[in-house]
Design a protein around this ligand. Structure first.
Ligand SMILES: [Mn+2]
Length: 292
């Protein structure tokens, strides 16, 4: 196999990646500061780009090639010499720049803490924003391991920004988060994975506003399908459950930013890299090519 790193999502068939005309700006964000269990998520963005070069670009469900909307992959954010706070600022700056170029920002992580500055940047442009958080974990702790910047606090930071949050697929929640949820219910809704598994979940779609940001932590997906994450949790969503969710969100709201985070590439688990790459592509298809 060619070992040259792929720099454009969906390459080598890349006539779609003209930065002047692309509607989508992919931002590789190899951020890794507060990972607590398995290390390696800084390798996630490149693994997604590499796997994307092996994907078929026709989407049989949508009967089109979503890549044709124009998908330009920016140079990865360079975190050399930065502490965590500076790295988060640099990530937000990359999103602002992409928005200023008129592109739809799609961020590839990297650890989940990067979503907070990305959401903040999108929120500046769309003040009515709602965030849909698809994850195994609530990420609603005020601080974790002594820092408010942790991946385990990302959604709490979003709530602090006054942005409504809809969490889906959750099955790992601390007592502190449960207590918080009871007090802050108007701003945060949680759909538990066990309810979804039993067919008892009702997704409160009425909570979506006109504009939505979707953050997908890959550990939302069951570890049998997505083993390469730092903190796997049993009882996760299936591939098709996640696709159904994304498609429905894209039908019900104008999605204005997305991220896929926490891929932690593992030796011998290339299926995970391919799942992540294909998920990014399916998300772009639902966003730009769904017929309603
Ligand atoms: Mn998670």
């Amino acid at each position: 196999m060619d070992s040259t790193p792929i720099t454009q999502f969906g390459a080598p068939d890349a006539p779609h990646c003209d930065p002047e005309t692309a509607r989508v700006g992919i931002i590789p964000a190899p951020l890794e500061y507060s990972v607590c269990y398995m290390e390696g998520t800084h390798n996630g963005p490149q693994a997604i780009l590499d796997a994307s070069s092996q994907m078929e670009l026709y989407d049989e469900e949508l009967d089109t090639c979503p890549i044709e909307v124009g998908v330009y992959t920016h140079t990865a954010v360079d975190y050399t010499g930065m502490d965590h706070a500076a790295a988060l600022q640099a990530t937000g700056a990359a999103v602002r720049k992409t928005l200023a170029q008129g592109q739809f920002p799609f961020i590839l992580g990297g650890e989940h803490s990067l979503s907070a500055p990305c959401i903040a940047a999108v929120h500046e442009k769309y003040p009515d924003l709602t965030v849909v958080h698809i994850d195994a974990h609530g990420d609603l702790r005020d601080t974790y391991e002594g820092t408010p910047l942790s991946h385990a606090s990302i959604e709490r930071r979003v709530v602090d920004m006054g942005i409504p949050v809809l969490e889906i697929g959750i099955r790992s929640f601390s007592p502190e988060e449960a207590e918080f949820l009871k007090k802050e219910q108007p701003n945060v809704a949680v759909v538990w994975a066990y309810q979804m598994a039993k067919g008892l979940a009702r997704i409160p779609w009425e909570r979506l506003s006109k504009h939505t940001y979707i953050t997908v932590d890959l550990d939302a997906i069951d570890p049998s399908e997505m083993p390469a994450v730092g903190t796997p949790e049993p009882g996760g969503l299936s591939w098709y459950q996640v696709l159904d969710l994304i498609r429905e969100i894209c039908q019900r709201s104008e999605v204005v930013g997305m991220d896929v985070v926490e891929l932690c590439p593992m030796e011998g688990q290339t299926r995970a890299d391919f799942l992540a790459a294909k998920l990014v592509y399916k998300m772009l298809g639902y966003r730009f090519c769904s017929k309603g």
